[in-house]
Design a protein around this ligand. Structure first.
Ligand code: PXP
Length: 254
């Protein structure tokens, strides 16, 4: 079976983190998004957090204008709360990924509890879909969450790869292998249930191979590592290298 080309969504949040460290306008995450598109990103991802620690409302508006002009999908990540839903409806990005959010966390820890939040999340998915955005749910590779996501009416899930990345970082090969198996099974189940399956979080040149080789995956969203590597090799080369790692993994898995 030939898998379709895996799309690379580049998350540019941390260009805004660097900008905000000095409170000025440089470096501009929208200029970073443009450079990422020039370097071959298939989509741009940005997370408007409730505390606005990196991306701000005006960044999101400018990102939407850029992505529309460049005919590239913008994937806006938000918490499933009223304020954010209203902003996302106004911006109307191609895609909206609903993520869990806690103010004290450094980054998105764990997936959304779609099974537990069914009654609140289903109307939000409908509202955002009716407004013209494609909704995805950021969840763990857990059977009950995947089934709940399919029942919620969202067309897309994004599997959280963070625990896999952490296990590898910690040298815990057994746990990494278990999580990888769960992600492989989860992607398969998601596709069987009619969902488009994406993945993301904590992905690096070193750990992307086994993830990219999962044939059901259609898109990876990668941010922190690419922006970090861009310091050493430049954004264009960091994106090209990630693209190459993804393509190589797909080629050898077929
Ligand atoms: N996907 C989702 C849903 C996320 O919340 C994030 C982090 O904002 C990412 C992907 C990208 O993760 P990382 O920055 O670790 O590559």
């Amino acid at each position: 079976m030939t898998s379709p080309k895996l799309r690379l969504g580049v998350n540019i949040d941390h260009i805004a983190t660097v900008r905000n460290a000095r409170g000025g306008e440089h470096p501009d995450p929208v200029a970073g998004a443009f450079a990422a598109i020039q370097a071959g990103a298939d989509g741009i991802t940005a997370h408007l957090r409730e505390d606005r620690r990196h991306i701000r409302d005006d960044d999101m508006e400018r990102l939407q204008m850029l992505c529309e002009a460049e005919d590239i999908p913008l994937n806006m990540e938000i918490a499933a709360v009223d304020d954010m839903v209203e902003i996302a409806k106004r911006i109307k990005p191609h895609a909206i990924c609903l993520v869990p959010e806690r103010r004290e966390e450094r980054t998105t820890e764990g997936g959304l509890d779609v099974a537990g939040l069914h009654n609140t999340i289903t109307p939000i998915i409908r509202e955002l879909s009716d407004n013209g955005s494609r909704v995805s749910l950021f969840i763990e590779a857990d059977e009950s969450q995947i089934r709940a996501a399919a029942a919620s009416g969202a067309p897309v899930i994004e599997i959280h790869t963070g625990a896999y990345a952490h296990a590898l970082d910690a040298g815990d090969e057994d746990t990494a292998a278990k999580i990888l198996k769960a992600m492989q099974d989860g992607a398969k189940l998601g596709q069987e249930l009619g969902l488009e399956v994406h993945a993301g979080h904590g992905i690096t040149f070193d750990n992307v191979g086994e993830i990219a080789a999962i044939p059901e995956l259609m898109e990876l969203n990668i941010g922190h590592y690419i922006i970090g590597e861009a310091i050493f090799m430049g954004l264009e080369d960091a994106i090209s290298e990630m693209r190459k790692c993804m393509d190589d993994a797909r080629d050898t898995s077929q």
